[in-house]
Design a binder for this molecule. Sequence first.
Ligand SMILES: [Zn+2]
Length: 509
Amino acid sequence: MRQKRSSAVGLLFVFFYLIWFSPALGAEAKNVILLIGDGMGPESVGLAIYYNRFLNGMDQRLNIERMMAAGNTGYCLTYQYGTVITDSASAATALASGVKTRDAIIGKDHDGRPMKTITDIARQLGKSVGLISDTRMTHATPAAFYAHVIHRDMENEIASQLIERGDLNVAFSGGAQHFIPAGMKVEEHPDLKGIAKKAGWGASKRKDSRDLIGEAKSKGYAIVANDRELAALEAKNADKVLGLFSASGFPSAIDRQPHHQTGVPTLSQLTEKALEILKKNPRGFFLMVEGGQIDWVAHGNDVASVLHEMWEFDRAIGFVMSFAKENPDTLIVLTADHDTGGLAIAYSHYQPPAPLKLASGETWKTKYNFAEKGIFEKMAKQKKSFQRMVMDSKGNPADLKREVEENSAFSMSEEQAAYVLAKGPKNGYPATKDYSEFYVYGTNNPMAMMGRLFGKETNTAWAVGTHTHTPVMVIANGPLGEKFRGLLDNVDIPQIIARGWGATLPAPE
Ligand SMILES: [Zn+2]
């Protein structure tokens, strides 16, 4: 009898323990913020962490490290339907709809069926939705959260789908050229006059006369086009905002430092305003924030520019973490769609350190250079992206030499500059001499060759100019955070979020 009673008490205890202490029970992610570092392989994360510790102090921590401290960290496999490597469109479709698809496909499965996205589920639950990217609103990652097309290059159609559905509360990015009538320039559109010239002006890419900005306004959208207009926008009066801040992608983070004022808001400013608008909804929200240009500068094998993109993204991570601290019913999931470039900080036999007399009286000697903090001091001296230097030199070797010497710790001869700018005989694009099969975007080749030329100075080597298979990190904080531990597959991420909301992905639209 006595034994029975104590086991009943034990069961009761277990029951209450489960109810009160099991994080899986009762935890509700009212708000979900998905942070995607495009091309942010673990190599880029490690680069930013080491830079911070070696230059700013071994006790210094990035926001991404503070996020890891909660212990909800995992690895994520990024392969796409039928192949080992993924494209950004298929990866974004996996992260938005929980389904593997073929490369270049947005919002459809491998058979071309339109798939429901996590933003559709959020809308069905009465939640608000926001999407932010420093690329273009019509670029692969943001597009997969609202559009369904067979190829990512159909950016005019993607823009039309955004405005036709008209149910996103916040859409902040670049790519204005896909939203204005054919024949018009973005700076001529009455609602986009605020786009700063340095942010990028240019002609419409549309083939029709649709004015999607006007259509958006008739659906209740406020339009903003630069950092001042964004700051002036009062969240309490804004339920739907379309912010288009450049004709195409934002300038690289390294090219929009304070001394290169561009009028483009930072990712953190965009995130702050988006959260002010989204948090008004008592049912919560879904927000996706993409640090989209880590990928772009990694395609160009430009290591200092990767650092600047990482810092830009890390500041946004910090902002989101403070929001979640004040709003604990917020789940933050941070991941990447894939690695880009196969970055390596590696030892070499270039300029090994001098022998050293140790306290013991012995002499320490090494044949190799294992990279001291000087590599980061050199990276810190770079003031422009390789791409900007190439563009500003307008194909002239003497100008490229000057650009490099004025804006970085490196130097090059005119012969080397001529080699970097040389055009291949076939396609008219500059051509790498080795691994050219892995440099598929001709215009990236001059940058990749600069990466090779200066690599020994910063112990930096790059494998390729494309994406790699390397599993990426997943880090989560808040309710359901512990579900993101261990080895995941990219499709698991929206599936876990959907399940937390009582819904199922993948599902046909
Ligand atoms: Zn890419």
